[in-house]
Design a protein around this ligand. Structure first.
Ligand SMILES: [Zn+2]
Ligand SMILES: [Zn+2]
Length: 222
């Protein structure tokens, strides 16, 4: 009886603490701006001004992130101490795997400028991963593979084929030249954080048509 009472108290306290800390699903966190949601992905563009922190929020899926700014951030989970400030760098990519319980944390910008990242949640982990890989894999989790193209002026990815739907994200500003297997080209002026969801099989080459180095990241569903 006593232990039963205790657990009720703990649950009640946890609920109270959650409300105090503003615990929300990631898409309701005010610094996470939802820029795309479909059956496969939830894409948020996260912007945290200097000195600000997100609310405590939960991530319930495998996810990936592409950093758009150089800055310092801390991470903190409820009832744990805040991490030491750690650098976040333009073009840094990561893939993380949901482990059982949803991850709850908050992020604080301790640097001098804005912190921006594109966060992608993969809403449907496949029962069996596709075996088709378009290019060397820079990072992956059970839901997606990430291809990272850092392109010097004039450099190209080489032709490759996406058998599965994918999201292409510009980590930096770049004048992107896309070439199809028929040799037809198109030029796109893209800026950091621009993205495009593609839900069909595509063969293409990505090239940097500009005068400065640029970076394109592709997140392909498994
Ligand atoms: Zn988060
Ligand atoms: Zn591609």
């Amino acid at each position: 009886m006593k232990s039963c009472f205790c657990s009720v108290v703990v649950l009640a306290f946890a609920g109270w603490a959650g409300a105090q800390q503003g615990l929300v699903p990631v898409e309701q966190e005010p610094h996470h701006h939802v820029v795309l949601k479909n059956d496969s992905v939830l894409v948020t563009h996260v912007v945290i001004p200097p000195g600000e922190a997100t609310l405590y929020h939960t991530h319930s899926y495998d996810r990936a992130a592409v950093h758009l700014t150089n800055n310092m951030i801390t991470l903190q989970q409820p009832n744990q101490s805040e991490s030491e400030p750690m650098p976040a760098k333009i073009g840094e990519i990561s893939a993380s795997t949901r482990q059982g319980e949803p991850l709850t944390h908050r992020v604080r910008n301790t640097g001098p400028g804005p912190f921006e990242v594109i966060d992608v949640e993969f809403l449907q982990r496949p029962a069996q991963a596709s075996g088709a890989t378009a290019a060397p894999v820079a990072a992956e989790n059970p839901s997606a593979r990430i291809y990272n193209w850092v392109l010097a002026p004039g450099a190209s990815s080489g032709q490759h084929t996406h058998e599965r739907p994918y999201l292409v994200i510009a980590a930096t500003t770049i004048q992107l030249k896309m070439t199809g297997p028929d040799g037809k080209t198109s030029i796109h002026e893209v800026k950091a954080g621009d993205f495009h969801w593609v839900d069909s099989k595509v063969t293409h080459t990505l090239a940097n048509n500009g005068a400065t180095e640029g970076q394109i990241v592709e997140l392909e569903l498994k």
